[in-house]
Design a protein around this ligand. Sequence first.
Ligand code: SF4
Length: 350
Amino acid sequence: MDTQNFTRSVLDWYDRGHRDLPWRHTKDAYRIWISEIMLQQTRAETVISYYERFLSRYPTVRSLADAPQEELLKSWEGLGYYSRARSLQKAAQIIVSQYGGELPADVERLRALPGIGDYTAGAIASIAFGIPAAAVDGNVERVLCRYDAVTDTVGTPAVRRAIAARAQELVPRDRPGAFANAMMEMGATMCTPRSPKCLLCPVRESCKGFLQGIAQELPVKPKKKAQRVEHRAVLLCMCDGRVLIVRRNEKLLGGLYVFPDMPDGTDPAALCAHMEALGVRTAYDASLGHARHVFTHIIWEMDIHLLLADACAPVPDGRWVTREELAALPLPTAVRRARELAMGILEKGR
Ligand code: SF4
């Protein structure tokens, strides 16, 4: 099958029926951009409700640029990877100041914006502006590696360049946006990671991976680094109907509020000493149980403890918050269990 036939077969298959996703009803560059950022690392089904809520709250680039950051992060809560929301806002501010509030119809200019890489620039350019640019994400990479039976390890600059070039030659000049969506649809519903539906696939007759019986083993991924396990003690410090939260300075979850924590440590005296070093005198009350959160490279194993403070003493980068304030603040999913426990305790009036 030549290049043109591949493209036509994929487009015909897409035209015969595909998932009805809200961002497929628009060519508005702002909406396409928001959907593409949300879809990074999050499933389409999950994104739908966030997408609609987010756009009714921030219907324009300008409203996103002007949003108070805490409120913006709160509306991102649940999607994770908060750096995406921060980059979105930085990019929105640049779009307002440099492009009058309209996304630029140019791949290079799009790619120069925070949080927009090759894939997202290609997706916005092709879908919103009809520019024949390729959009290669993990889904598209998988389809092409299988179709061409690429057995080299993906992720190296040379293989990435080769796949990008291959994807580019497949883009039709007349319907680049539909083709971008069709390739994503192929990756998400037909050429799926674990069990590709080759017998139903519109390009199976010329798919080398299928014909050679190696489709399922492709693409060859680089070996994953082992996840590091970190044990942490999470401290719920209560005082006068408030709980202490602190803003994290570390790279992971940087800038977000969490509960004070420390590496390891289950000894009550050590936990109280940790709080004393922050300027808060506490008495140990109880162990509240365990929670686990898996990041990409790190697993947090968290023991949650309840401490009662003498007074709501000021803490650097800290806030003593009521139950209502805690509910309204954006906290990372990693501390969801601790937050639920804190809310329950505050409700009982401790
Ligand atoms: S034939 Fe199978 S492996 Fe090849 S593109 Fe189609 S679904 Fe993917």
